[in-house]
Design a protein around this ligand. Structure first.
Ligand SMILES: Nc1nc(=O)c2c([nH]1)NC[C@@H]1CN(c3ccc(C(=O)N[C@@H](CCC(=O)O)C(=O)O)cc3)C=[N+]21
Length: 303
């Protein structure tokens, strides 16, 4: 034995493997859904402008959609697209019976108001769960479509803890896309929830109190080892492309992984953590949306 104490190493939460299993299960459900005479679930993804990172995500989504046996409809619009042009497209997609889910990739160019656009998506096709109707349902704890990234984070937390009741969950970041819906979901799981954000006075002190720590700030490497309660479960939602010394790029999260892994009990990597779960949950939401639509059309339970 050396005189140094053995370094504790947290266990990796394998988001890629959990997402693969979920996608496979969704694929089987799709097969039985269409076997009952229902149409293929269809997902429309709309990308405005040519942000190269967004294009990668959009392509990944299309590949995974086909893997789960669903149809995907891609709409790539130029950076100069007006809000009215985008609203016209959404109106067409809302009316198209082959399309059960609509996702408009964020962020949008300056001339387009994301709130107006998200609320233009029919609530039963809002597979991102970001419109006022679904956000309101989540806040009230009623049935609705739950945003993909927070839903994926919850599944990862549940892969470690069967029951989250009574745990102190700390969410860093209060965006409408991740932080706010994440806090709502954790409340529903009977956690004591704290939300830290840019104005929080001692965000490190707050983070250190979390039995569960979900970080979604977009500031890579923000959360250091000494921000983490020993043994905590850490979910890193951040995804930033940074240059390497060799002149390439790599993806990094909001958590300084090498430090954090020594303190955490369980931790998600980037890549291979939350990202693949986001896509798997998008497919889950699209299948659910298709089921709800068919249930209404047939006036009967399709399971
Ligand atoms: N309306 C809307 N909904 C979104 O869900 C949404 C969005 N806009 N805008 C952009 C962000 C980002 N996002 C990701 C999804 C998957 C990966 C993903 O699959 N990541 C892989 C690696 C991908 C790679 O290598 O580039 C991983 O983390 O292992 C990443 C990021 C969804 N977003």
């Amino acid at each position: 034995m050396s005189i140094h104490s053995r370094e504790q190493v947290g266990q990796l939460i394998d988001g890629k493997a959990i997402a693969r299993a979920l996608t496979e299960q969704i694929g089987q459900e799709v097969t039985s859904f269409i076997g009952q005479g229902n149409p293929l679930p269809g997902l429309a993804v709309v990308l405005v402008g040519n942000d190269p990172a967004s294009e990668v995500y959009v392509k990944n989504k299309a590949i995974q959609t086909h893997r789960a046996g669903m149809r995907s409809f891609m709409h790539m619009l130029p950076e100069s697209t007006t809000q009215d042009e985008l609203l016209d497209l959404i109106e067409q997609l809302n009316a198209n019976p082959r399309i059960h889910g609509i996702l408009v990739q964020l962020p949008l160019p300056r001339q387009i108001d994301p709130v107006v656009v998200t609320n233009a998506i029919a609530p039963h096709k809002d597979v991102d769960g970001l419109g006022e109707v679904n956000a309101g349902r989540l806040a009230l704890g009623t049935e609705g479509i739950v945003p993909c990234t927070p839903l994926g984070c919850l599944m990862l937390l549940k892969s470690v803890h069967q029951d989250l009741t009574g745990k102190h969950a700390v969410v860093i970041g209060a965006s409408n896309l991740v932080g706010k819906p994440m806090a709502q979901l954790l409340l529903k799981e009977n956690c004591t929830v704290s939300v830290g954000h840019i104005h929080t006075k001692d965000v490190r002190g707050l983070a250190r109190e979390g039995d569960l720590l979900v970080v979604a700030t977009g500031k890579h490497g923000l959360v250091r080892g000494d921000w983490i309660k020993p043994g905590a479960t850490v979910i890193d939602v951040g995804i930033t492309r940074v240059p390497t010394p060799e002149g390439r790029t790599r993806l990094v999260g909001d958590v300084a992984f090498d430090e954090a892994v020594k303190v955490a009990g369980h931790i998600t990597p980037v890549p291979g953590g939350v990202g693949p779960m986001t896509i798997a949950c998008l497919l889950h939401n699209t299948l659910q949306a298709a089921k709800v639509t068919q249930k209404i059309i047939r006036g009967s339970d399709v399971g």
